[in-house]
Write a protein that binds this ligand. Structure first.
Ligand code: CA
Length: 523
């Protein structure tokens, strides 16, 4: 990493009460650097890490974002590097006596006239891509399905110019699991709802093994696919290719059966065309991964500003990642649009606390070595930077893991923070566009929806110039405002949703696996 220590020292303080600020300069700043305000660094401080703005006594709260992110374990002199080993983490806020729906933000003016070109589905939802997705009941069929998909793409897809892709919805669930355990509802409804994602046009086809616990009728019971029920006028039978069917003699019989069924769906998908729809049809999932101390300064605030724009345009936005918002629970319950929404949020947090406790862990299990290297001392500091992705709008809904979104506006969609699991659960909720902020850098992508990646630092955006779609690092250097980057992201969303622009992950076909959240036992 090159140092620009010869340039003007930049330190970033988030709140007037803060007694620490982070170093903004690429490469950090050396000992002896005179900071704005004449404070002198007593030691080298890496980029994104905290410097004490005043002498801190042992036990004194260390304030960032105006709240205690920890307590000094010993006296820390002004100008010193305040790293995670010097901080004692505060206990998690108990889930009692929280402010419930106490904040009533002034309504923001509606944002009208913004549109994109999308695929309107008969259930009213809108896709941003036109994809044939092949649902699987069980991991056993993944290899056969993937073999068939390779042939479909090579031999058939070129004839269907209006279909963007063919995706096999591979997962590790379906058998060898305690399928009647209460929490099995989570992976099952996740798979069901992913099959119904707006980007798949209501064309549900299933590949089943035959003997698995998750039988096709259990995954997609009659009535769960209204599109198919309507189209087949009374014939509610699922389109299932069953590999153990007696009719199959030899592997190629299975493959050709999948290909034959795929052609039926491809023909219908290929007849669809994009049409102009209001921006309110966007269903955006936001999340972060590989965070650093800049995440809460640049990319996440820009996403938060864009979240407010989307809500003003009547769109749906989901924020998630329970362990990364747990420490801001009072901010969230107070912003709930009603006491019922606040109570639902507390219910989800309590469920997750118990889930972690069952596994002998707590929220502190969240931070990674990379988070710490990037300057984030603990989960409290990370959470304060993560929560800003949700903007300032009232929170009007809460979803449990794997549930499908039914309301517009800002929704807390409870998911683990794990990038792949969060993305998978947001897909199930009905996301048609994904926004992902990263500080340390991750080449994350999904095959099912476009993923717009936002870099927190210009250094990352420069090195990963063909992986990052938006550079929010310009906010730290003062080249751009949070509002300007937020608008840039909003405009890019409409371009990407319309298919006029591809994200870098789409360009390179970088796709991460679907990873189901299965809190139930395996057998
Ligand atoms: Ca994440």
């Amino acid at each position: 990493m090159t140092s620009d220590a010869s340039a003007t020292p930049v330190i970033i303080r988030m709140h007037e009460r803060d007694n620490v600020a982070i170093v903004g300069n690429d490469g950090g700043l050396p000992a002896g650097t005179v900071l704005p305000g004449a404070l002198v660094l007593t030691e080298r401080v890496p980029q994104g890490h905290k410097v004490a703005l005043s002498d801190l006594s042992a036990g004194q709260p260390v304030l960032r974002y105006g709240i205690p992110i920890g307590y000094a374990l010993k006296a820390i002199a002004a100008g010193s590097w305040v790293h995670e080993k010097l901080l004692d983490m505060p206990a998690a806020r108990e889930l009692v006596n929280l402010p419930m729906a106490t904040v009533k933000p002034a309504p923001m003016p509606a944002l009208e006239g913004y549109t994109f070109e999308g695929y309107r589905n008969t259930d009213g939802s809108v896709g941003t891509r036109n994809i044939l997705a092949i649902t699987q009941t069980v991991q056993c069929v993944a290899g056969v399905t993937e073999f068939a998909v390779r042939r479909i793409k090579a031999e058939m897809l070129p004839r269907f110019a209006h279909v963007d892709d063919v995706v096999s919805l591979e997962h590790a669930y379906g058998c060898g699991v305690a399928i009647d355990a209460p929490d099995a509802i989570v992976p099952i409804r996740t798979l069901r709802n992913i099959s119904l994602n707006p980007n798949f046009g209501g064309e549900v086809m299933v590949v089943s093994l035959g003997c698995e616990k998750l039988q096709p009728e259990r995954l997609l019971p009659p009535g769960s696919i209204p599109l198919i029920d309507v189209r087949q006028s009374g014939d509610t039978a699922l389109d299932v290719v069953c590999l153990q069917d007696d009719a199959h003699v030899g592997f190629m019989s299975m493959v050709e059966s999948i290909m034959r069924q795929a052609e039926v769906h491809l023909t219908r998908l290929n007849a669809r065309r994009r049409e102009t729809v209001p921006a309110s049809e966007l269903v955006v999932g936001v999340q972060c991964g590989g965070s650093d101390a800049f995440s809460g300064v640049t990319a996440n605030p820009a996403v938060g500003f864009c979240t407010d724009l989307l809500v003003r345009a009547g769109a749906s936005v989901m924020f998630s990642e329970t362990t990364e918002v747990r420490d801001g629970i009072d901010q969230l319950t107070s912003r709930a649009s009603s006491p019922e929404v606040a109570e639902a949020m507390v219910r989800e947090m309590a469920w997750y606390d118990a889930y972690l406790q069952r596994g002998g862990a707590d929220r502190s299990a969240n931070t990674t070595p990379g988070n710490k290297k990037g300057g984030l001392s603990n989960i409290v500091e990370k959470a304060m930077g993560s929560i800003v992705k949700s903007g300032t709008s009232p929170i009007s809904g809460v979803l449990a893991p794997g549930e499908k979104l039914k309301t517009r506006g800002l929704t807390y969609t409870a998911t683990p923070a794990s990038d792949f699991i969060c993305g998978t659960l947001q897909l199930a909720a009905g996301m048609n566009l994904h926004v992902f902020t990263t500080g340390r850098g991750t080449p994350y992508g999904l095959a099912e929806v476009p993923v717009i990646k936002v870099a927190t630092r210009s250094d990352l955006a420069r090195r990963w110039h063909d992986l990052m779609d938006v550079n929010a690092g310009t906010i730290a250097t003062g080249e751009k405002t949070i509002e300007a980057v937020g608008w840039e992201l909003f405009e890019l969303m409409l371009e990407v949703a319309s298919g006029r622009k591809k994200t870098w992950a789409e360009h390179w076909k970088l796709h991460n696996a679907l990873v189901l959240f299965n809190p139930a036992p395996v057998t």
